[in-house]
Design a protein around this ligand. Structure first.
Ligand code: SF4
Length: 617
């Protein structure tokens, strides 16, 4: 029986199977039932060998991940990689040094490589996503050495657009590259290889490129029209591998699942030359936005849970569908399973949708916060305001709502003093909520900033300088890589954002301290007394405060549970003129009980009683 191997090398999260492999295996299995498809989750074997904590730390740091396998690819350059490793691993608490870890990775990788008959395989497919470049190149080389006749195809986000073409040119172990969605080109390639003597499809396949192909830089891709046409992913090989581990090494994995592909946030930037968030390059692979039907989503969740007896599901979508999300999560809730869901969402997700998500089992949402300054959010083309971000952070602090994680992008090119000042001011109001992670901006290949550097005050864009440590100069010069370097105020930006970084660190410490006691309440919450509320404000210095609001003050405060413009507040409470309402709102803002942006106001305290639905106006 002919066979195809699908390979995912380190460093994806070890505790979930690869959605790329699961999806491709199921698709090829459906269309070529006479072909054996085997998925190799090499990263799980390597995580097992290194220890899960060590693997996790390395996998969270791209330059560490890439340098370990670069050392195996180019052993004569190991000193160079080691220097990069030492710089990047300071303070991470890794117990082993570069040499020991490199040996452990090599040993575990060779065990995977030597335990499979690659020479009996027609085709090996490597899924190359973020952080998997050098490990995939190492596996391509080693597989070819063991089976010179095998054909190797690479795909995944690191092969999108010109990055894939450059890989094909620079590494002869790779025979084909798929740009864009993988299912249809991989099927066409496998079908043609199955026909004796055919090395490539007779007709060109959009998205499939190989040496000698005419016009390979054409950006076409092959995509399924309907996501419902995808079979349910096949994660069997991951679970078989995990089941082979001794009991102390097994765990309950998270199951990845897609509801959609692409992103619907396509607002053009002011120049009209690019769209979506200015820093984002997550959608180079996809053309447009497609979703599964709600029925199919519910069926797939049910099937995956029943098949694997696991309740944690991570939606891998760049962005969940905007159409009737509350109804979708209500359908998921009706499954009656105690799911633990994760998803990425926009900051404009309304409170009723968050509540529906919470009821369905959404435990964590990664929210596209990115900034707490509206002027910076505009530069990021995020289509949100600091007020939107504050509102979702507050809602997610409410008991029963999903927990929020999010980033604060510092050092964005063209950000200035006023962005920093606005951020520092707004941070004062965000302190009761789950802290954001401060990250430095990095320039992604294909992002709007990359496409229009002058608009952001940067120039001389090239592959990031750290790649010079990983690859010989003769190679790196040919490559087009995911992380790009640039000139233009990098040091100034780091200086500018330093106070924000300090404040975010302090925020994290205070939040942890205030939540150290088990069952601790939200830092800023209110209790309902009928015609009054009591707001409890816990403070890091221990100087806690309570505030009682009665009658109309209570009503105005509760009316502003979602952001309200002053005009609407005055309309809602016509018996009280602006001369009485505005001073009250301003006093609330002074006490950090409300947030104000322009003429919009938002109450910051969340209901303390668990299970009490927030009032709906
Ligand atoms: S950051 Fe998220 S919302 Fe923005 S363009 Fe990328 S995928 Fe879409």
């Amino acid at each position: 029986m002919p066979s195809i191997a699908l390979v995912s090398t380190p460093w994806p999260l070890f505790n979930r199977p690869s959605i790329q492999l699961g999806s491709l295996k199921a698709y090829i299995g459906r269309h070529l039932p006479g072909v054996r498809v085997r998925s190799h989750h090499v990263y799980l074997s390597v995580a097992d060998a290194l220890g899960y904590d060590t693997y996790r730390t390395i996998s969270e740091h791209t330059w560490l991940s890439e340098s370990l396998y670069a050392g195996l690819l180019y052993p004569e350059r190991r000193d160079d990689m080691e220097r990069l490793w030492r710089r990047q691993s300071v303070g991470l608490g890794l117990r082993d040094d570069f040499r020991n870890l490199s040996n452990a990775v090599e040993h575990a990788s060779k065990r995977c490589l030597d335990s499979f008959p690659w020479d009996r395989c027609l085709l090996a497919g490597l899924s190359i996503c973020f952080g998997q470049l050098t490990s995939s190149l190492y596996f391509a080389r080693e597989i070819k050495q063991r089976a010179p006749e095998i054909r190797i195809v690479a795909g995944g986000s690191a092969c999108a657009a010109d990055m894939g073409l450059a890989l094909l040119k620079a590494f002869t172990d790779i025979d084909y590259v798929i740009r864009g969605e993988g299912e249809m080109p991989l099927l066409r390639l496998a079908s043609s290889l199955l026909k004796r003597g055919a090395d490539s499809p007779t007709d060109p396949v959009p998205g499939l490129i190989y040496r000698g192909l005419q016009a390979p830089s054409d950006g076409a891709v092959s995509q399924l029209d309907r996501m419902d046409d995808l079979p349910i992913p096949d994660y069997g090989d991951y679970f078989t591998l995990l089941d082979s581990f001794p009991p102390e090494k097994t765990f309950l994995p998270k199951i990845p699942m897609e509801i959609s592909r692409g992103c619907w946030w396509r607002k053009p930037d002011p120049s009209g030359k690019a769209s979506g968030c200015a820093f984002c390059n997550l959608n180079l692979q996809w053309r447009g936005y497609r979703t599964k039907s709600p029925d199919r989503v519910v069926k797939e969740i049910s099937a995956l849970v029943d098949r694997h007896h696991v309740l944690s599901i991570s939606f891998m979508d760049n962005l969940l569908p905007a159409k009737r999300p509350a109804a979708l999560f209500e359908d998921i809730r009706r499954l009656g399973k105690d799911l633990r869901l994760f998803s990425e969402i926009r900051a404009t997700t309304p409170r009723n949708v968050l509540a529906a998500m919470g009821s369905a089992g959404m435990r964590e949402v990664q929210v596209g916060v990115e900034a707490l300054s509206t002027s910076l959010l505009k530069k990021l083309n995020k289509g949100t305001t600091a007020m939107d971000n504050m509102e979702i952070m507050k809602h997610c602090e409410t008991p029963g709502m999903p927990n929020l994680t999010g980033n604060l992008i510092l050092t964005f090119p063209s950000s200035d003093d006023s962005d920093v000042t606005e951020t520092l001011h707004n941070l004062e109001f965000a302190l009761p909520f789950r802290p954001l992670k401060a990250i430095s901006f990095w320039l992604g290949y294909g992002s709007a900033v990359w496409q229009m550097p002058a608009a952001y005050g940067i120039e001389r864009i090239r592959n990031h300088a750290y790649y010079d440590h990983l690859f010989p100069s003769s190679v790196v010069g040919k490559l087009q890589l995911m992380i790009q370097g640039y000139r233009g105020g990098v040091r100034v930006q780091h200086r500018l954002w330093k106070p924000v970084r300090h404040k975010v660190d302090a925020w994290g410490n205070d939040y942890r301290r205030l939540h150290r006691a088990p069952y601790s309440d939200p830092i800023l919450g209110y209790e309902e007394g009928g015609d009054f509320i009591v707001i409890r404000q816990r403070r890091a210095d221990g100087d806690d405060m309570t505030h009682r609001l009665r009658d109309t003050s209570r009503s105005i405060y509760l009316f502003c549970e979602t952001q309200q413009p002053l005009g609407r507040i005055l309309e809602q409470f016509p018996a009280f003129g602006e001369d009485r309402v505005l001073p009250f709102l301003e006093m609330m803002v002074d006490k950090r009980l409300m947030f104000r942006e322009g003429d919009r106001f938002l109450s910051l305290a969340v209901p303390l009683r668990v299970g009490r639905p927030p009032p709906i106006h």
